[in-house]
Design a binder for this molecule. Structure first.
Ligand SMILES: Cc1ncc(COP(=O)(O)O)c(C=O)c1O
Length: 361
């Protein structure tokens, strides 16, 4: 008999969100970003939900090969490129596209007798300072790549730090765009600029390829709630009440006795804890649906359980349904209460949580 905690993955929601991404992409082709096991939704579910994408982008070479083995014939892009010269063999034999972001990778390519054509996504560091060549280096890197017989198409790619906060004084979006245009000047190459936030908020930047991730899963990349962009949650984390405690004023709940009742209170105990991926740092008051009614987390989250104040749900009983996030309870609201982002919650759902897949249209 399984524990009642369940992650339900909604393939139709993924298909819908991809259609929203495409509607924002103009003429650009759409990479579905499926790293981290499809942002925690399962790579094979992503394969079904995003079958209409123009390509799949991720960072794990093994998962890229798995996509090929499961029949994905359209492009697959390694967003961090390769980690070792030995990876180049698999890149060529499985027809993967790869980012090249540093001199070390470039040298590995130059030394390898690459069987191509392998499409290269030349990464430009336009200010994020994680990966990429500086704009002034791009022309010479491009020329070195062009000189290699195994290299196919070359795309220029950059990643925005503040697409959801364009006037960030440390690095305004416009400055990253300016540096990218400078890098691309004089090169006849396709561009790949937009993550979800840039796709949704800056349609003028969609160019040749877009790389939406979070929006495909129904989360917001920031700036506004996901629903305001027409996005639908692709994951619902649900469970049940497994116990109810009636506590008197002054009685406390859980480790550290962080929640103390101010009045006679019914406390529901939910089969969901931090070992399932619920954030331990979520404070009392974090919203939780019980039987469809909004209630509040009470006290510290423990490994396998959390407690909820049932004041708003007097009908709740042992067995009542609980929604931690997803349908009816935006993951971004829970994340905000817990001081994190929906991305982290999705990716952190633990392997012990059973997964149900709701079918496609
Ligand atoms: C290079 C790159 N492109 C696109 C994405 C997708 O970003 P988002 O999930 O915000 O749409 C990511 C995610 O971190 C990324 O690293």
């Amino acid at each position: 008999m399984p524990r009642p905690i369940l992650a339900t993955i909604d393939i139709a929601a993924m298909q819908h969100n991809l259609a929203v991404a495409r509607a924002h992409a103009g003429a650009a082709r759409v990479w579905a970003v499926v790293k981290a096991n499809g942002y925690g939704h399962g790579l094979m579910n992503a394969l079904r939900g995003f079958a209409d994408a123009d390509g799949m982008a991720l960072v794990e070479p093994d998962a890229a090969v798995l996509l090929r083995q499961r029949g994905w014939r359209k492009p697959v892009l390694l967003l961090e490129g390769f980690f070792d010269a030995a990876d180049l063999e698999a890149i060529a034999s499985h027809g993967l596209d790869t980012v090249v972001h540093c001199e070390e990778q470039l040298r590995m390519l130059e030394i390898a007798s690459l069987r191509g054509p392998v499409n290269i996504h030349l990464k430009v560091n336009s200010g994020m300072n994680r990966l990429g060549f500086r704009p002034h280096q791009v022309a010479s890197v491009h020329a070195r790549l062009r000189a290699l017989s195994g290299v196919g198409q070359i795309v220029l790619v950059t990643h925005f730090a503040n697409a959801d906060d364009e006037h960030n004084p440390a690095l305004p979006l416009a400055e990253q765009v300016r540096r990218m245009r400078e890098a691309a000047a004089g090169l006849d190459v396709p561009l790949s600029l937009c993550n979800s936030a840039a796709s949704l908020l800056h349609g003028e930047l969609t160019e040749d390829w877009v790389r939406p991730g979070i929006m495909l899963y129904g989360g917001t990349p920031g700036a506004a709630p996901a629903a305001s962009f027409g996005l639908t949650p692709a994951m619902t984390l649900s469970s049940r009440l497994i116990a109810i405690q009636e506590i008197a004023p002054g009685e406390a709940v859980g480790y550290g006795s962080r929640f103390v009742a101010g009045k006679p209170t019914r406390i529901g105990v939910v089969a969901c804890g931090y070992a399932d991926g619920y954030p331990r740092h979520a404070p009392s008051g974090t919203p939780i649906l019980v039987g469809g009614v909004r209630c509040a987390l009470a006290g510290r989250v423990s490994m396998d359980m959390l407690a909820v104040d049932l004041s708003n749900a007097p009908q709740a009983q042992v067995g009542s349904s609980v929604t931690l996030w997803g349908e009816g309870m935006p993951i971004d609201e829970v994340a905000h209460a817990a001081g994190t982002i929906g991305y982290e919650l999705m990716c952190a759902v633990a392997p012990r949580v059973a997964v149900a897949v709701r079918g496609d249209n």
